[in-house]
Write a protein that binds this ligand. Structure first.
Ligand code: ADP
Length: 334
C-alpha cells in the first residue's frame, strides 16, 4: 500500500476537518501519499483529487465544516456511478478510501468495496449520533453543547416573560441529541421520535408545573416527533412541524403562552469541542491503521472508550437504541 484518498460526505459535522487532519498526518507518518477528494462521492466520479501534505491540514483542527467540502451525489447510488468512481480512483493508482460521514455515505462505501474491490474504511461523523457500533459520532458533542447554550439563552427570556418555549432540534429519526441536550440543559419536557408523545399528557404536565409555581417551561422537541392526542390530528397529517403544532396546543390549553425556536443549522456549525477533536483524531488515525492492516469494509468507532473496528454492514444495519434509562432520568429530574 502506497497511498490513500480521504473524503467527507453527506451532512457536515463539526470535527470532520480534525478527522481529515488525523488521516493525512497519520498516513504521512507511515510514508503514504495522501489525496483529498473534494465534494464527497461527486468528486470521486469527477476525479476531483488534490494531493495533501502536512501543511494542507495546518490549523484546521478547530474549524467547523469541512475544507474538502461535502455533497450529495445521486450518480453514486447507481452501480454505473460506482464503477466510474473506482475507475477514477484507479487512474490515479488509488486503491484505498477513507469515508468520513453518516450511514448513507457508509452504504455507498460498502457497495463500492463489494462491487469494485476498492478498500473502504468508514469514520462516523454526524451530529445525530445515530450510527451503531460506536458510542459517539464526530460532531455530536459539539451540537449537544450548541443546544445546551441555546437552551440557557432562551430560558432567560422564558423566565422574564413567564412563557413556555418549544425548542426544535435536529433528529428526523433519532432522539439522541434532543434527549442528551434536554437532560443536560434542564428542559422540563423532552420529546423524541422513539417514544410516542401524547399531547394531552404534555399539556397536563406543563399546566401542573405552572400551578406549582414554575415561571417558565422549556420543551425540547426532536424534529421527527409524531404528536398524538385526544383532540389532535397527528402533526404529519396536519403537515406541520411538531414544534409549531405543540406550541399552539400549549397556548390553548395551559396558562402559559408558548413560543417556538427552531435551532436548525446552527446545530451543525461552529468550532468542534475538545471531545470531538479527540474523537476525530483517534478515529482518523485508526482508519489508516485498519487500511495498513489490510482491512476493508469496516467502520472505526468508540466502544467502551476504546477504538474498535466493526463491519460497516453492522454499523448501517444495526439499530442504535435510545437509552430509555436516560429518558426516565430526565423525567425524574425535570
Ligand atoms: P449521510 O452520510 O450523512 O447519511 P446521505 O444519506 O446524504 O448522508 O448520503 C451521502 C451520499 O452517500 C449520497 O449523496 C450518495 O452519494 C451516497 N449514498 C447514500 N445512500 C446510498 C446508497 N443507498 N447507495 C449508494 N450510495 C449511497
Amino acid at each position: 500500500m502506497s497511498n490513500l484518498a480521504v473524503l467527507t460526505s453527506g451532512g457536515d459535522a463539526p470535527g470532520m476537518n480534525a478527522a481529515v487532519r488525523a488521516v493525512v498526518r497519520k498516513a504521512l507518518s507511515e510514508g503514504l501519499e495522501v489525496f483529498g477528494v473534494q465534494r464527497g462521492y461527486a468528486g470521486v466520479i469527477d476525479g476531483d483529487f488534490i494531493k495533501l501534505n502536512s501543511s494542507s491540514v495546518s490549523d484546521v483542527i478547530g474549524q467547523g465544516g469541512t475544507f474538502l467540502r461535502s455533497a450529495r451525489c445521486d450518480e453514486f447510488r447507481t452501480p454505473a456511478g460506482r464503477k466510474k468512481a473506482a475507475e477514477k480512483l484507479r487512474s490515479k493508482g488509488i486503491e484505498n478510501l477513507v469515508v468520513i460521514g453518516g450511514d448513507g455515505s457508509f452504504t455507498g462505501a460498502k457497495l463500492l468495496s463489494e462491487e469494485t474491490g476498492i478498500n473502504t474504511i468508514g469514520v462516523p461523523a454526524t451530529i445525530d449520533n445515530d450510527i451503531a457500533c460506536t458510542h459517539d459520532s464526530i460532531g455530536y458533542d459539539t451540537a449537544l453543547n450548541t443546544i445546551i447554550d441555546a437552551i440557557s439563552k432562551i430560558r432567560d427570556t422564558a423566565s422574564s416573560h413567564e412563557r413556555a418555549f418549544v425548542i426544535e432540534t435536529m433528529g428526523r429519526h433519532a432522539g439522541f441529541l434532543a434527549l442528551a441536550a434536554g437532560l443536560a440543559g434542564g428542559a422540563e419536557s423532552i420529546l423524541v421520535p422513539e417514544r410516542k408523545t401524547d399531547v394531552d399528557e404534555v399539556c397536563q404536565t406543563i399546566q401542573k408545573d405552572y400551578e406549582e409555581g414554575k415561571i417558565h417551561s422549556i420543551i425540547l422537541v426532536a424534529e421527527g416527533v409524531e404528536l398524538e392526542g385526544q383532540r389532535f390530528e397527528t402533526n404529519r397529517e396536519m403537515n406541520e412541524s411538531p414544534a409549531f403544532a405543540l406550541s399552539k396546543e400549549i397556548s390553548d390549553r395551559t396558562e402559559f403562552e408558548a413560543r417556538v425556536t427552531i435551532l436548525g443549522h446552527i446545530q451543525r456549525g461552529g468550532a468542534p469541542t475538545g471531545r470531538d477533536r479527540l474523537l476525530a483524531s483517534r478515529l482518523g488515525a485508526a482508519a489508516v491503521d485498519r487500511l495498513l492492516a489490510g482491512e476493508s469494509n469496516v467502520m472505526v468507532g468508540l466502544v467502551n472508550s476504546q477504538v474498535q473496528a466493526s463491519p460497516i454492514k453492522d454499523a448501517i444495519e444495526q439499530e442504535k437504541e435510545l437509552d430509555m434509562d436516560l429518558y426516565e432520568l430526565s423525567t425524574i429530574l425535570s
